[in-house]
Design a protein around this ligand. Structure first.
Ligand code: DQA
Length: 165
């Protein structure tokens, strides 16, 4: 299985950026943690960051052909980017949205995510663990999707891969 993590604007500043909100780990520290967890589980992990919306859109297109899942911390673009949302829905890459902080306990403009409706789900508020939990979510999603595919080929209809009935 292949998972690529995309990180949006200002996440290159992690470590020194508002550590009371985002913690003290750098993005390189987080990448190393995620890659290690991936290696333990035989998962190939990609990890990229850009401050540019256009670059992130280009990467979503690329990732949709090269990877099984996208995990995205779109940072501030979460709340503004129709382009990123359209890239996800247009490519149909199964996507998990993540945030270090609990965006719902912060300013109101952070409560709205333009990309959440086109993602499988969202993980927010667990700091660095949000990144690791997303890896776990992809593993479960793959299992659930495989079961759903088998059941569909058996003639049983399953729309929600997590529906265990
Ligand atoms: C963030 C939350 C966003 O609102 C913010 O713009 C970020 C980081 C997070 O990981 O908590 O840059 O995505």
């Amino acid at each position: 299985m292949k998972i690529c993590y995309l990180n949006g604007p200002n996440l290159n500043l992690l470590g020194t950026r508002q550590p009371e909100i985002y913690g003290t780990s750098t993005l390189a520290d987080i990448a190393a943690l995620v890659r290690k967890r991936g290696a333990d589980r035989n998962i190939e992990v990609g990890f990229r960051q850009s401050n540019s919306e256009g670059q992130l859109v280009e990467w979503v297109h690329e990732i949709a052909t090269d990877y099984d899942y996208l995990v995205i911390n779109a940072a501030a673009y979460t709340h503004t980017s129709v382009a990123l949302r359209d890239a996800i829905s247009g490519t149909q890459i199964p996507t998990i949205e993540i945030h270090l902080s609990n965006v719902y306990s912060r300013e109101e403009f952070r409560h709205k995510s333009l990309i959440a409706p086109v993602c499988v789900g969202q993980i927010a508020g667990f700091g660095v663990d949000s990144y690791l939990l997303a890896l776990e979510a992809c593993v479960r999603l793959k299992k659930a999707t495989n079961v759903a595919k088998t059941e569909t080929s058996n003639g049983k209809k399953k729309k929600n891969p997590f529906d265990d009935k």
